[in-house]
Structures are given as C-alpha cells and as structure tokens.
Design a protein around this ligand. Sequence first.
Ligand SMILES: [Zn+2]
Length: 392
Amino acid sequence: MPLKTVLDPLWAKGVVLEQGRRRLVLCAMDWCGLAGAAFRQLQQALASGAGAKPSNVILHTVHQHAAPYVDGDAYRLLRSLPDPPLMYSQRGLDELARRLAAAVRDAIARSEPVDAVGLAQVRVERVASSRRVWDRGKLVVRYSTGGKDPYQASLPEGHIDPWLRTITLASRGRPLIRLHFYATHPQTFCCDGRASADFVGEAREKLERDEGVFQIYFTGAAGNVTVGKYNDGSDAARRGLAERLLAAMKAAASQTRLEPLRNLDWRTLPVPLPRRMPEKEIEPTASGETRYRLACWHATARRKDPFDVTAVTLGPARILHLPGEPLLEFQEYALGLDPQRFIAVAGYGDIAPGYICPDRAFDEGGYEPSASWVGRGAEAVLKQAIRQALGI
Ligand SMILES: [Zn+2]
C-alpha cells in the first residue's frame, strides 16, 4: 500500500550503553518489521556509529501495522521475478541507515554517566487481549479490530501478560531515560495508506512531553496478543487505549525507586531456528501482497544466517531480546526461569521467522501457525537459547 498521509512521525529511539570499552546499542523503531538484508543493513549502520560489532546492537521494531514492513531478502527474491510488486526504496533505506549511524555518533558525543537504575511493574487495564480465545472448546481467532464484533468483544481477555515493565536509568537522582516493555500487538488500524506510531507511540510521546524524560517503548513476546477485545477501529477506541497505556506508564514513572547501578553486561547468541518448507510457489498472477508474503516465507526457508538472542544485565534487571514474533509462551518461559528477577522481554528483532509458536499451536491451528516460517522444533531451540542467554 503506497503512503498517503503521515498521521504522526515514526521514530527510531535508542540508547547507547558503554561499559569499559564495550558499547551496546538498544534501538526501537516504529516499523512493523525488518528482516534479512534490510535488518542487517540497519543493524550494521547502528554498529558502525558505535564502533561496535552488530552483535552489540539490539534492533527492535515496535510492530505498528501503519508502518513499513521490509524484508530485504524477500524483496531481492521478488526483484528476480517478472513484474515485481510495489517495493520499498533502497535509496530511502540507505538514507535511514546514514541517519541512524549519525544519531548514534551524536548520542555518544553527548553521553552522560549513569549511576542508578529503577524498576517498576504496573498492571495495564483493558489494553491487551488474546488472539487465541477458547470458547466451549473451539479456538476463536480475534484479530486487532475484533471489537467490531459484539461476540468477540464479549469474550474474556484470555491469556495475556497484563504487566508493563519499566526500567529507568538515572544520573545523580535525575531520570535520563525510561525503557518500557509490554506485550501486545500495538495495532488499532492498518493498511489504508496512513502512517502512524499508533496508540503506543501516542502514549510514549505524551509521557516524554509531560515529564521531559526520553522514553523508549518495546513490544514484548506479543505474537498471540492484540487489542482486539477493546478495539473496533474507531478513533475513540484508539484514544482510550493510548490513555490507559499512558496511565500505566505514568504510574510506573512515579513508583520508580532508584538504586545504585553496579553492573552492566550483555551477551548475544546466534540461534539457528528450524524452517518450514513453503507450500506454494510465488504465482505471478497473485496480488502484490500475496506474492510478498510468500516471498518472505521462501526467503526465510533459504536463509543461511542464524538469528540473534540477546540478554542484558542492568543491575538488578535483565532485558531479553528475541527474534521474530514469539508467542507469549516464550516470555512466560523466560520469566518462569527466575521468578524473583525483574526480566523485561522484547520480541521483534529480525522478523524473518514470522511467528514463533510452541509446537502445540501447530496442532491447535488458528492464525499464528499459518504465518510461521519456522516450524515445530523451534520451541525447544528458542527455549534453550533463552536459558543460555540468561545463564540459567
Ligand atoms: Zn504480528
């Protein structure tokens, strides 16, 4: 869908953490997804700005659907076929890479010492709801605008993680930056030519203006979580979601108690996930969207590079960053490994795997397994990588 209007700007927001001579870049971009060559290009740009290796860059897309989804390998494949569909502009991506590298260099030039960290966990009311709802033994798929249907709106929230987790970094008692983590598809509308950072961007920017502290938002393992119960696609629904998320963010900010930051460390593991073979060829007569979707699958099936799983230790807190669209079960698995610890999970690194499902989901059916380019067995591999990355 070509862009018609920019409702509000899409941001790439990040922080560079330095410990001794090592640097870690954390960047959350208001894009729907980044995969393959396009992901690597931007990750490399951020790394070069920091004078670090790409494995020291956590590149996350917040996953708003009113924003670009660029799988560089899929587009390369489509370009080799006759009459390719509408594509992103490589010139635009090059320019973005240049700006990201420059922003990192600029951030390093203005760096400040961080001496304290603060943690907060606040329940978010009436935002997330499951996309996989069971009603009398039947699986109901509730998409992001499920609230248009009174029956779907009446079903319970289902299986979610209602907690917003917020990490604050501070200097001499003054908060410098807040990192928020929450697991839901941040989508109230899509695919109509309007670009927007959606309700999560609205809440994040409002808090930044109100308290004058830089705010970054990460989407958790939200593969099977949407706002469908509470969203009918109207402006009023979107505003309500933004207000309720903002209320939780504000509460997190005011509940934060700072403590000295004693250690910072991180490790990245390369993880090879088992792929699924595509069931169909890319038909030249199919719609542009269908061809692109299939090209994403074919590109992932042919991919040789592994995926990154990164764990960061920030004093008492851990941050875990996963590739693809992991279902909530992977976030719960990580939290369950060390229930006493504050662990904040973000998904949506390189999105080439599509949905990463527990094996059981392939038997149950529903939407996510049908858009997963990694198959059965990904569960065991990813869980093992999570344990290893967290050192548990
Ligand atoms: Zn998604």
